[in-house]
Design a protein around this ligand. Structure first.
Ligand code: ADP
Ligand code: MG
Length: 618
């Protein structure tokens, strides 16, 4: 079914479904797309409302679920029904989070410390995956509303340090929200894409991404080369961010008024008002020198100098983490080519100043720091959609690539998870005398037999000049360029005949198919080893039969009648064994035939050598 929609953000007709980029943040989340006309990445927002959706979910008594700014209003009044920072719980067990148990104002279930955490609201339990899916569902709905078209495909970002379980959990949350998650991308990678860093062939850079959000701080050092983003090191503090800046302001105001924090903790309404006022002050001081407001008749004031002094120790902590990250990456600060600022808290002038001093350079802050990750995700989505042919595909090979060799075996040239671009080559030879062609069949997969893998392409190398078996040298080369296109070439090195083809390996398979193929390779690993051994024994047996046959024909006159008879019998036995699925039997018969032929083969060899020494050729 073809879907046609009118894109409200751009006013244009939209024929094909677009892939959106999503920053699923701890504090705020948002969706970005590539504007179909301008081709620039833009954050989606409705009219005058904000692009950021607070990552907060409120479960009302009546079963009403709200997400975003509306839910945020319940943070103080209904803390046990209002879930924030669900991202911190992704892929975690209670043991992982118990040190920070008092950070969560809602109930994080702790019955069994080893299993994955659940959040309890009333009598209902929610997994972090479900909680994140509420946020993603909200983002999907907003995007559909703005774009006036269904949104079902997305790229979602995660912190660079997220492990497999956390990435998988993020993927699952997407699935649960009705999204086909085409790719999980590292947040620092997305941020640098938003700045166009890493989008050019032959570009080699080392960059630092400084991400200070609402509750977390991450510093990543990336090495970018030909479109491949390699994480050299990550550091940070998962409990340090803008919320802490708000808290120091709040505590300062309380101290000014001579109030102990504990004294007013019970007054939830006042606490919420103070919390909001302190965040407002912080934001205002990013662009002005003074802040003042009135709260229930009391005047709250803060100067930029006081604010800077209050947050200085917190900023210092982020700098220490930067030094550590540089050290782990084995880099000096001045070896960093670019510094990218990410996260709403990097709007603070003191933070910018401290970071640019540390790295001794101007930092990238031209884009909205709380939007850059989503913008980069949209760029990645656009590359996946194939809309931007000039730029690189940032990837690794999901499955091994190889060719079929004797007996239907898979010979891997490029293993799975190889970084692209990459190349590999290997030499093969002919099996028959005078063989003039060679079929090159290209496969993708992890199984030992090509029949269990996926055939990508096949071609014939023809015109090999006649020569004895084993003499031709055919070099097969695999090259995956930065666009993810595989080029296969075959060249007979003695004669120079060559041929090559192009295949597109990645796109035929969905993630599920790749997963299934990997799973199959594990399930069948034992069978595969046995089959490979059988096939190898058979191939060896067939080759031995053929070389023995040749030898006998050429040297009949030099062999005794007994030798000829015994050899014929052993050959027949081997021939018989080859028809059976019995590796050990085949090997036994190979050994037997070798036993018989070895003495006369050696004898003839010695004769040949002595004749050569006498200056004669055989
Ligand atoms: P996350 O990545 O954790 O989801 P964001 O990147 O959206 O978070 O950052 C949210 C934080 O940024 C909040 O603490 C918010 O108060 C802070 N912030 C937003 N705008 C400003 C500003 N103008 N000045 C200072 N801090 C800001
Ligand atoms: Mg963020």
């Amino acid at each position: 079914m073809a879907k046609i929609g009118i894109n409200i953000a751009t006013g244009s007709l939209q024929q094909s479904e677009m892939i959106v980029g999503i920053d699923l943040g701890t504090t705020n989340s948002l969706v970005a797309i590539i504007h179909p006309e301008s081709k620039h990445a833009i954050a989606l927002k409705e009219h005058d409302s904000a692009s950021l959706v607070p990552s907060v979910i409120h479960f009302g008594e009546t079963g009403m679920v709200t997400v975003g700014a509306e839910a945020k209003e319940y943070l103080v009044s209904e803390p046990e029904r209002t879930i924030f920072s669900a991202k911190r719980l992704m892929g975690k067990s209670y043991k992982d989070v118990q040190d920070h148990a008092d950070y969560f104002t809602y109930k994080v279930h702790d019955d069994d410390t080893d299993s994955l955490v659940k959040v309890q609201v009333g009598n209902t339990f929610y997994s972090p995956v479900e909680l994140s899916s509420y946020i993603l569902k909200e983002l999907k709905q907003r995007a559909e509303h703005i774009l006036k078209t269904p949104v079902t495909k997305a790229v979602i970002t995660v912190p660079a340090y997220f492990n497999d379980a956390q990435r998988q959990a993020t993927r699952d949350a997407g699935k649960l929200a009705g999204l086909d998650v085409l790719r999980i991308v590292n947040e620092p990678t997305a941020a640098s894409l938003a700045y166009g860093i890493g989008l050019h062939a032959n570009e080699e850079k080392t960059i630092a991404v400084y991400d200070l959000g609402g509750g977390t701080f991450d510093i990543s050092v990336l090495h970018i080369h030909d479109g491949v983003f390699e994480v050299l090191s990550t550091n940070g503090d998962t409990y340090l961010g803008g919320d802490d800046f708000d808290r120091v302001i709040l505590n300062y105001w309380l101290a000014q008024a001579g109030i102990q924090p504990d004294e007013i903790k019970q007054n939830k309404q006042l606490m919420q008002q103070l919390r909001l006022a302190s965040e407002e002050a912080k934001k205002a001081l990013s662009t002005s020198q003074n802040f003042a407001t009135d709260l229930n008749g009391d005047r709250l004031e803060l100067s930029i100098e006081k604010f800077n002094a209050l947050i200085q120790p917190l900023v210092e902590r982020t700098l220490a983490a930067c030094h550590q990250a540089l050290k782990d990456a084995g880099m000096a600060a001045d070896a960093i080519d670019e510094v990218v600022m990410v996260g709403g808290s990097t709007r603070i002038p003191l933070v910018k100043k401290a970071v640019s001093e540390l790295f001794g350079r101007t930092v990238h802050d031209e884009l909205n720091p709380d939007e850059v990750v989503a913008l980069g995700a949209a760029i990645q989505a656009d590359i996946l959609a194939g809309n931007n042919r000039d730029i690189l595909l940032l990837d690794i090979t999901p499955l091994s690539l190889g060719i079929e060799t004797m007996g239907g075996l898979m010979d891997v040239l490029i293993p799975r998870n190889a970084k692209i671009p990459t190349r590999a080559s290997r030499q093969y030879t002919t099996q028959k005398d005078g063989q003039s062609g060679m079929r090159i069949s290209v496969f993708q997969g992890e199984r030992d037999l090509v029949k269990d893998n996926r055939k990508l392409a096949e071609f014939n190398l023809t015109g090999i000049p006649g020569m004895p078996a084993g003499l031709a040298k055919v070099e097969v080369g695999f090259l995956i360029n930065a666009d993810g296109i595989l080029q296969v070439s075959a060249k007979e090195l003695r004669s120079g005949v060559s041929q090559q083809i192009e295949v597109q390996p990645q796109y035929g398979l969905t993630d599920d198919e790749v997963e299934k193929m990997l799973l199959d390779s594990i399930t069948h690993a034992k069978d595969d080893i046995a089959t490979r051994a059988l096939v190898e024994a058979r191939t060896e047996g067939e080759q031995l039969l053929s070389t023995t046959e040749n030898f006998i024909t050429k040297n009949t006159s030099l062999l005794s009648a007994a030798e000829l008879r015994e050899t014929a019998a052993a050959m027949q036995n081997l021939q018989m064994a080859l028809t059976m699925d019995a590796k050990d039997l085949i090997q036994e018969k190979i050994e037997a035939l070798n036993e018989i032929s070895r003495p006369y083969a050696e004898r003839l060899m010695d004769q040949a050598i002595s004749q050569t020494l006498k200056g004669q050729t055989l």
